[in-house]
Design a protein around this ligand. Structure first.
Ligand SMILES: Cc1cc2nc3c(=O)[nH]c(=O)nc-3n(C[C@H](O)[C@H](O)[C@H](O)COP(=O)(O)OP(=O)(O)OC[C@H]3O[C@@H](n4cnc5c(N)ncnc54)[C@H](O)[C@@H]3O)c2cc1C
Length: 278
């Protein structure tokens, strides 16, 4: 196990966030130790906005045993494994079920927690069983017990996903790759700059990006953060953005649209006002 103070900007895809004590755990014994004080769980940091002042709780990262998987995808898979790695393996093995997650840069645990996915499929649909560490012990759940919905799950409070079993169907490799290509085509036009994916949840039967575009908010810039010109639901770090810049953009959108933030916000953030450049 490694314990170090690190800027979370280095561990999140938005590239912002102050320091925290990061516990990289490798064994169940590490997990038991790390959870003896208030903690947060970090996956690949691709759905997080972390305050510039960082967070006071321990930040737990899954390594060692929790990042292992069998090459045939048949057994338990560590929650610290990256979803894109599993998707590539499933294509090679001729197994279908993860294609809807193409382009989602999550770890398995983060994808379960957020029920990550696209209109082509979600994490919940690819799960057979989920192992969760909670109150000092692990327990196994079937997906139907975890309250999955749109970008939502109901894990036990403070629960850490440690491993999962996947529910994949045999399908010719070519067909799996064809499905991935479909999702890839639908993702064309998404920004390449640093982001955390969609900032807001889509309202029922509508698209948050379309609504933001309709309000003329694309290109709105605060400090070094911008509402992407390519996709209204992406807030991008132009290089050197602060969490406050990004948070101020969220507040700017919410001042005119009743949209719910999809990201998880860690730490204390206060929106700046009066610093907008269009
Ligand atoms: C370029 C880009 C494109 C994206 N496209 C999509 C998309 O198409 N669809 C989509 O749904 N999302 C998308 N996202 C958002 C993001 O990838 C997902 O929300 C993903 O599920 C987050 O996983 P993560 O491992 O990065 O989790 P993190 O961002 O690290 O954490 C997110 C939440 O999960 C919790 N968590 C992480 N690991 C565990 C664990 N082991 N046990 C319990 N809780 C845990 C964290 O505490 C936090 O609450 C995109 C992001 C980017 C940067």
């Amino acid at each position: 196990m490694k314990v170090e103070r690190l800027p979370l900007a280095k561990l999140t895809t938005l590239g912002v966030g102050g320091e925290a004590e990061v516990w990289t755990i490798e064994t169940p014994a590490d997990l038991a130790r790390a959870t003896q004080a208030p903690y947060r769980v970090l996956g690949n940091g691709s759905n997080l906005l972390v305050a510039d002042s960082g967070v006071s709780e321990r930040v737990i990262r899954l390594g060692g045993e929790f990042a292992l998987w069998d090459s045939d995808l048949g057994g338990w898979i560590g929650a610290g494994v990256l979803v894109p790695t599993l998707l590539q393996a499933s294509a090679r093995l001729g197994l279908s079920g993860l294609e809807g997650l193409h382009g989602v840069p999550a770890q398995v645990g983060g994808a379960v927690k957020m029920n990550a996915g696209t209109r082509f499929g979600e994490m919940a649909g690819a799960l057979k069983a989920v192992e969760i560490f909670h109150n000092g012990a692990v327990q196994h759940y079937s997906p139907s017990e975890l309250g999955f919905g749109y970008r939502h799950s109901q894990l036990p409070e403070g629960g850490i996903v440690t491993r999962v079993k996947l529910d994949l169907e045999p399908l010719a490799e070519e067909a799996v790759r064809g499905k991935i290509a479909l999702v890839d085509a639908a993702r064309k036009g998404q920004p390449k700059r640093k982001s955390a994916g969609c900032a807001f949840k889509n309202p029922a039967h509508d698209s948050a990006g379309r609504l933001i575009d309709q309000k003329g908010l694309k290109g709105t810039t605060i400090g070094k953060a911008m509402i992407s010109l390519e996709h209204g639901n992406f807030i991008v770090n132009l290089g050197g953005a602060t969490a406050e810049d990004i948070y101020a953009l969220i507040k700017r959108v919410q001042a005119v649209l009743p949209l719910e933030v999809e990201w998880e916000i860690w730490g204390r953030l206060e929106a700046k006002v009066g610093q907008e450049v269009i």
